[in-house]
Every structure is written in structure tokens, then in C-alpha cells.
Design a protein around this ligand. Structure first.
Ligand SMILES: [Zn+2]
Ligand SMILES: [Zn+2]
Length: 456
């Protein structure tokens, strides 16, 4: 299937004009062939120095089906060991660019001291003829989330386009315009570019390890919390919202709920629906240029754990941490909604940033200043206590529309997804501090943050 991206372009009832940067999206078992055609004779044929960025695992998964594409490209094969979307990962890609830019025959040459290899395949030497010594003019991200975040960041930095070739239906960020990176220990959303094209080949991504697919399902189910947060904040502060974008996210969640059994049965059609849903969620972000529709309190939990300020390294995938964040926030929100309905929730004066706590936690990792910077201005200053009190019944209504904690856990279980801290090596003791601290990782208002003004 193709996603007709132009339908999302143009003026909208929300008062804004939405703009989609990705030109075309193809989800099909013919995608690898179509990409080759485009590079050989189509829209991508003008690029002389295309380079694939992948890691050893994603190369193994994709280079067979993409063999003809591979022959047209230089390759940067990153070692998957400790590969993250962070400043170290970017350094590794920079080094490879440096080697290509240095000219000479770089075929198969090993980077000094690096496991990674860069190389130009010789099979289509003609393409590179006369161009040796130039940096890549087109990047192909062949991988899942990390490879995409690194590629989109570098493509933005170098001012060149990139093509997305997802090797697993594992995250919704393939078409995102921003890169979620850990930058010197701090989780940041850095400016980047969306792919010009997405070629998602079903034969590749449907054969990814189940854990990756489950992570994609989890990332999508997190939208329950993200959308509730957006709607609540819109009520409380008047923050911009687009109902059409909310509906796109809801369609994506609906699609994933419907395809769950098919996924487990290994049906290609179900995998295509999941990939479609993930890309739709990514397009929703692209429409407003940030991750507001797809990421809030549930992602903050994931980001906090990735910063390792109250826990050791957690060996879990993005979606796995997000799904636990989803369960924890839904449970909390439901309890507050019940308190509102029982007349037991009242607004209290805002106490400001919890400076002591931030020092004792982020401070021990040298992240106090960066955290303060992230929280300036304090987003809570937009919350007017009177308006918040007035909106409590509306907030309860938004939360009541969400599935219950049990229902979410049940959905996640059905997909063999993670839903409990113990499954990723944490203990329940970490939950209260996680919920108190996670809103500070981003300057984005969530209901979990607003609750700092609530007594219940
Ligand atoms: Zn809109
Ligand atoms: Zn996500």
C-alpha cells in the first residue's frame, strides 16, 4: 500500500496550514525493487554518492532483499554494540563522512580504532567514477529507530536528503522531523529532517524479531496518554490542538488493536497495517513539526530512565519503556479522575520547581543546569489555578474515555508487550519517584505535571 501523503497537506480546521515533508511512502513487498528503480531511473537517479547507514544486524536483515540497492551505494555499517542515538553515535557517523570526504579508494577500509566499516561497493563503480573524494549526497537509513535518528540528524546537519528503509515496525518516529537524542547525558529533541521517501519492504520488516514489533505496538498504545495529555492541557491552558491530528493518532491506535492477532500469526497484511499505523503517527507529528501528538507523560518516563539519574542502565527497547510509562500514567490518571468525581480533588497553590529534589537526582549526574534550562520557563506558570479548578470535570471526562489500566495491560499482554517495571529489571520502589521526576525531563506540560497543583 501507498500512503497518499498529499491528503495531509494544506489548510485545516485548526486554523493552521499543515505541511508534510515526506514526498512518498510505500509499504509493500515490492518496496525494495521500487527503491532500486527510483535510484536507477527515477526521482533518486540524480544522486551520485548515496550512502547506506545501517548496523550489522539491520544489514544482515535487509541486504539480501536490497542487494541491487546496496550495489549502488557506499555503506556505513555501525556496530550495534552500545549504538545509541547520542553524541557518540553522531561522532561515529562523522568519522565515516570524514573518511569518504578524504578521497582515494575507501572500499572496505576500516575506520581507525572503530568497529565500523565504510566502503563503496565496486559493482557499480561507474556511479562513483569521478566522484571519489566527495561526501555522500544522499543517505539511506536502513534500520530501526537509532539508525533513523542518527541519519536524520546528520542529513539535517549536512543539508542532504535521506530515504527511510525501516527494518522493523518498532517505533513511530521514522518520518519524524526531529531526532530524539541523548546529548551529553541529557535527553533532547534536536532539529533534524524527515525522510524524502519511505520504502518499507514487508519481506524485511515483517521478519524482524518479535520483540521489535511488540515495541512498535507499545509505542502506538502510548498515544492514549499522549492524546489525553494534549487534550487536558488544551483545556487548562488553551494550548493549540488539532482534532484532525488527534483523529489520525486514534486511527493508528485502532489499526494496531485490530491487527494484533494477525501480527502474532505472522500475516504480512497485519504487519503492513502496523507499519501504516506507525507512519501515520509519524505524519501526525510532521503536520505540526513536533512530537506533541505522540509523546507526553508516558514518553517522559522512558526518557527519565534513559538518563539513568535514579536507576542503572535499563536494557529495554524504546517501546518497552513507553508501555510501562503508559500503564503507570493511566493508573495514576484514573485514580485522580475518580477523586475528582468523588469531590476529593482540589487545586492547591503551585510550589514551583522542586529544586532540592532536582539537585539530589539530576544534579548527581551533572545534569542539574541542563534540567533547569529545559524547565525555563516553567511550563506550570501557564496553569491558572481558577481555570484548572473549573476544568476538573472536563479533565475527568477526558480520562474516563481512556481504557482502564487493566484493559491496557490486557492489550499489551495480547501482543506479548512489556507492561510491568519488573520485566525490564526495575523494582516497584522506583515508581513514585519516577512519576514525580519524569515531568521535568521535558518542557512539555502533561497532566502528570499539572497534578503538582492538585490534592487528591
Ligand atoms: Zn489541523
Ligand atoms: Zn515513541
Amino acid at each position: 500500500m501507498n500512503i497518499e501523503v498529499n491528503q495531509f497537506n494544506g489548510p485545516c480546521n485548526c486554523g493552521r496550514e499543515h505541511r508534510i515533508e515526506v514526498k512518498d511512502i510505500m509499504i509493500s513487498s515490492r518496496a525494495a525493487e521500487a527503491l532500486y528503480e527510483s535510484m536507477k531511473n527515477g526521482a533518486l537517479s540524480g544522486y551520485r554518492r548515496p550512502m547506506i547507514i545501517c548496523d550489522e544486524n539491520t544489514k544482515a536483515a535487509a541486504s539480501g532483499k536490497l542487494s541491487k540497492v546496496w550495489q549502488l551505494c557506499a555503506e556505513l555499517v555501525l556496530s550495534p554494540v552500545n549504538l545509541h542515538a547520542d553524541n557518540h553515535g553522531v561522532d561515529r557517523v562523522h568519522q565515516a563522512f570524514g573518511e569518504m570526504g578524504a578521497g582515494a579508494d575507501i572500499s572496505g577500509r576500516e575506520g581507525a580504532g572503530f568497529l565500523e566499516k565504510t566502503g563503496v561497493s565496486r559493482a557499480d563503480a561507474g556511479r562513483q567514477a569521478g566522484n571519489a573524494g566527495g561526501e555522500p549526497d544522499l543517505l539511506l537509513a536502513v534500520g530501526s529507530g537509532t539508525v533513523h535518528d542518527l541519519t536524520r540528524y546528520i542529513a539535517h546537519e549536512k543539508g542532504i536528503p535521506f530515504v527511510s528503509v525501516p527494518t522493523a515496525a518498532s517505533v513511530d518516529g521514522f518520518v519524524s522531523t526531529v531526532a530524539a537524542m541523548t546529548w551529553f547525558g541529557m535527553k533532547k529533541t534536536l532539529p533534524a529532517v524527515a525522510p524524502a521517501y519511505v520504502y518499507a519492504d514487508t519481506d524485511i520488516f515483517s521478519r524482524a524479531p518479535w520483540r521489535l514489533t511488540a515495541s512498535g505496538v507499545s509505542d502506538l498504545l502510548g498515544k492514549y496518554v499522549a492524546l489525553a495529555d494534549w487534550r487536558i492541557v488544551h483545556e487548562v491552558t488553551g494550548e493549540y490542538i488539532c482534532e484532525r491530528i488527534c483523529l489520525m493518532e486514534e486511527d493508528a491506535m485502532e489499526a494496531v488493536c485490530q491487527c494484533m492477532d494477525g501480527l502474532k500469526a505472522g500475516e504480512a497484511d497485519a504487519y503492513e497495517k502496523l507499519m501504516y499505523a506507525l507512519l501515520l503517527s509519524g505524519l501526525a507529528m510532521q503536520m505540526i513539526g513536533n512530537s506533541r501528538p505522540a509523546s507526553c507523560a508516558e514518553h517522559h518516563v522512558s526518557h527519565l530512565w534513559e538518563m539513568e539519574v535514579i536507576n542503572d542502565h535499563v536494557d529495554a527497547l524504546h517501546g518497552e519503556k513507553v508501555s510501562i510509562g503508559t500503564v503507570l500514567n493511566i493508573g495514576l490518571y484514573k485514580r485522580i479522575a475518580a477523586a475528582i468525581r468523588a469531590g476529593k480533588c482540589r487545586v492547591k497553590p503551585y510550589g514551583g520547581l522542586e529544586l532540592e529534589l532536582l539537585k539530589q537526582t539530576f544534579g548527581t549526574k551533572g545534569l542539574y543546569d541542563a534540567t533547569m534550562e529545559e524547565n525555563t520557563p516553567d511550563p506550570m506558570l501557564q496553569v491558572d489555578p481558577e481555570r484548572l479548578a473549573e476544568k476538573l470535570p472536563r479533565i475527568a471526562g477526558i480520562i474516563e474515555a481512556l481504557p482502564s489500566e487493566q484493559e491496557i495491560v490486557e492489550l499489551l499482554r495480547r501482543g506479548d508487550c512489556v507492561y510491568d517495571v519488573k520485566q525490564i529489571g526495575l523494582t516497584e520502589e522506583i515508581i513514585p519517584l519516577t512519576m514525580r521526576l519524569s515531568p521535568y525531563v521535558r518542557n512539555r506540560l502533561s497532566f502528570n505535571r499539572i497534578r503538582k497543583m492538585l490534592e487528591y
